[in-house]
Design a protein around this ligand. Sequence first.
Ligand SMILES: *[C@@H]1O[C@H](CO)[C@@H](O)[C@H](O)[C@H]1NC(C)=O
Ligand SMILES: *[C@@H]1O[C@H](CO)[C@@H](O)[C@H](O)[C@H]1NC(C)=O
Ligand SMILES: *[C@@H]1O[C@H](CO)[C@@H](O)[C@H](O)[C@H]1NC(C)=O
Length: 318
Amino acid sequence: MKPPRLTSVLALYILCICVEVSDHHRVSSRKLELIKQEVAGYRDVAKSIIDLAVYGSAQNRSYERLALFVDTIGNRISGSDNLNNAIKYMYKALRDDGLQNVSLEAVKIPHWERGKESAMMIQPRKKNLSILGLGGSVGTPEEGITAEVIVVSSFDELHRRAAEAKGKIVVYNQKFVSYGETVQYRGRGASEAAKVGAVASLIRSITPFSINSPHTGVQEYENGVQKIPTACITIEDAELMARLASRGVKIVVNLYMGAVQYPDADSFNTVAEIVGSKYPEQERYMLIRGHYRLGRTDATILHPFLVSAECVLWIFPQ
Ligand SMILES: *[C@@H]1O[C@H](CO)[C@@H](O)[C@H](O)[C@H]1NC(C)=O
Ligand SMILES: *[C@@H]1O[C@H](CO)[C@@H](O)[C@H](O)[C@H]1NC(C)=O
Ligand SMILES: *[C@@H]1O[C@H](CO)[C@@H](O)[C@H](O)[C@H]1NC(C)=O
C-alpha cells in the first residue's frame, strides 16, 4: 500500500483544539495541563508540517483538492443528491489516499429544501433584495408575505418596540461584533420576532464584509412559538432599510420562500482511520470531525476532511 498522503490532514491537527474527554465529557484542569504539555512537545513537528504545507512540496495541495472537490460536486446541503455524490467521492478519495478502515455508517439526516425564494421592497420604491433562506425555515404562502417592515438594531430594541412589531416583517440590522456573538440574531431572530407578533424576519448577514452577498446558516425555532419564514439579507440592504426607517419612511416588503421540510433522509457518516505506528495496540485515537453539509456556497468552510475539522479529541479509554 502506498503511504498515505496526509500532510494537509496533519497540518490541520495543530490548528485544532485538543481536549481530553472523559466518559462524562469533562476534563480536569490537571489533565488539561498535561495535554497542553504533551501538545507543546510537538511544536517542532507541527512547524515542519506547516512549512511543508505552506511553503514546501505540499504547497497548494489542500487548495487544489478543495477546488477539484467543489468544482465536481457543488454545494451539498443535507439530504441532497449532491451530498450523496460528495460521500461517494470522499469514500473513494480516502481509499485512494491509502487510509485504513474506510467505511460508511448509516445515519438519518435532516432534509430541508430551500426552493425558490425572492424578496422585493415595494415601498417606498421597488428594489429586489438579495436573500438566502435560513436553514429549516418554513416557507411562505404561494403569494408570499407582503407586510410593513420594522427595523431594529438589537433584541432590546425589538422588545422595547414590541407593540409596533405586530403583523410586520422584522428586519434585524444588528452591528457585527464577532461571529460567535452576533450569530444569535440568526439563531433565534425568527422566534424572538414571532413572540412579538411579527409575520416574518429578515436578518442582516452575520459577516463584517459584503458585496451584496447574503450569508446563510442554520436557525432554530423555539418550541411552542409560531414558526415564521426567515431569511438573511445583505448588509447593504439592511443598512438601506435602517436609513429609510430612521427618516420615518414607510417600508413594505414582499417575501416569497418556497422552503419545505421533508422527513429525515437516509445518509452516511464517512469514517476512515490512519492506524498509528507507535502505539497501535493502545487504542488511543485522535478524532477529526469535518462536515460535508454546505447549503449554498461551495467552499466557505473548505474541504470537509482537509480543513473543516472542528475539533481534535484524544480519547483514552478509562
Ligand atoms: C502555489 O500557488 C501559487 C499561487 O498560484 C504559485 O505561485 C506557486 O508556484 C504554487 N506552488 C506550487 C508548488 O505549485
Ligand atoms: C483497521 O485497519 C488496520 C490496518 O489495516 C487493521 O489491522 C485493523 O484490523 C482494522 N480495524 C478494523 C476495525 O477493521
Ligand atoms: C427584480 O427581479 C425580477 C426577477 O429577476 C425582475 O424581473 C425585476 O425586473 C426586478 N425588479 C427590479 C425593480 O429590479
